[in-house]
Design a protein around this ligand. Sequence first.
Ligand SMILES: Cc1cc2nc3c(=O)[nH]c(=O)nc-3n(C[C@H](O)[C@H](O)[C@H](O)COP(=O)(O)OP(=O)(O)OC[C@H]3O[C@@H](n4cnc5c(N)ncnc54)[C@H](O)[C@@H]3O)c2cc1C
Length: 275
Amino acid sequence: MTVNQPARMGNAFLTKSVRAADGRLEWYNWLGEEKGRPLEILRPTDRNELCNIVRDADTDGVPVRAFGAGHSFNALPTTDGYAIDTSELNALLEVDIPNARVRVEGGIRLGELVLLLDMLDLALPTVGGILEQSLAGAIATGTHGSGLGLGSMSSYVIGLDIVDATGQLRHLSARGNDPVAFDAARVGLGAIGIVYAVTLQLERAFNLRTTASVTTLERTLGDQRYRKEALSHRHYQFLWSPYGATVVTLPHDYAGERNAVSPVQSLQRDRSRRP
Ligand SMILES: Cc1cc2nc3c(=O)[nH]c(=O)nc-3n(C[C@H](O)[C@H](O)[C@H](O)COP(=O)(O)OP(=O)(O)OC[C@H]3O[C@@H](n4cnc5c(N)ncnc54)[C@H](O)[C@@H]3O)c2cc1C
C-alpha cells in the first residue's frame, strides 16, 4: 500500500483515509504521522444521524471517537472502532445578538465560524494561532491563544449538547444540574460524549492594534522583559528564529468595537481594487 502525503486544500492540511492491503481502513491525521485503524468512518449530517451512530455502536459494543480537522499533535482522535467525521455538522443553529451568544454545531471549522460571526458583528474572544480546527476539537483539547488575561477557548463555552454513550442527547451547562459534568466535558479530550453543539459567549466584533518591533533576543529575555510585556498587553507574541539574535515582538491590544467596515470587508474591498 502506498500512502501519499495528506491532501492539501487552500491552506488546510486534511486528514486522509486509505484502505490497506488487508482490507482495513487506515486514517491519518493532518500531518500523516498519526494513524488509526477504524472499522468504519461515518460522517453524520445531522443530530439524528449522529445519535443513531452512537446508539448502534453501543448495541454492537464498538467504541466511537469523533474527529474534527485531525490537527492534534498526538493520537487523540484515532480509534479502532467507529470514527465519526464531524465535518458536516457545521450549521449555525441559534443566534442571540443582544446577549452576543450563538449555538453552533461542533464540527464547524474555526475559519468558517469567524466569517459567520463577522457578518453578525460578533467575535470569538480568543483563538489559537491557526483556524483550521473544528470548534469541538479545539475546545476539547483546551486550545488557547496568547493573553494572560484570557482563558482557553473552552472558557467561553456556556453550553454543550453532547451525545452520551447510549446515543441520548444531553444538554450540559454551568447553570444546569450537573456543572461538574459540564466542566469535564468542556475539555473532554474526546472521551466525554460526542459534542453535537456548542453555545458560545462571544464579544462584539472588535479591532486589535498591533505594533511590530524588531529587537534582539537578549533584550527580550533580559530582565524578563517578555513577562512584563505579556502582562501589559491583551496578547503578546515574539518570534525568534533559532541561531539568530533578531526577535520580532507583536503586542496586540484592544482598539475598541469594530468600525462600520469590518477587517474582512476591508480585505475584500482591497482585493477587489487590485488590478
Ligand atoms: C499547526 C497547528 C497549530 C496549532 N496552534 C495551536 C495554538 O495556537 N494553541 C493551541 O492551544 N493549540 C494549537 N494547536 C492544537 C490544536 O488546536 C488542537 O490539537 C485541536 O484539538 C485541533 O482541533 P481538531 O478539530 O483538529 O481536533 P482533532 O485533532 O480532530 O481532535 C482532537 C480531540 O478532540 C476530540 N473531538 C473532536 N471533535 C469532537 C466532537 N465533536 N466531540 C467530542 N470530541 C471531539 C477528538 O476525539 C480528539 O480527542 C495547533 C495545532 C496545529 C497542527
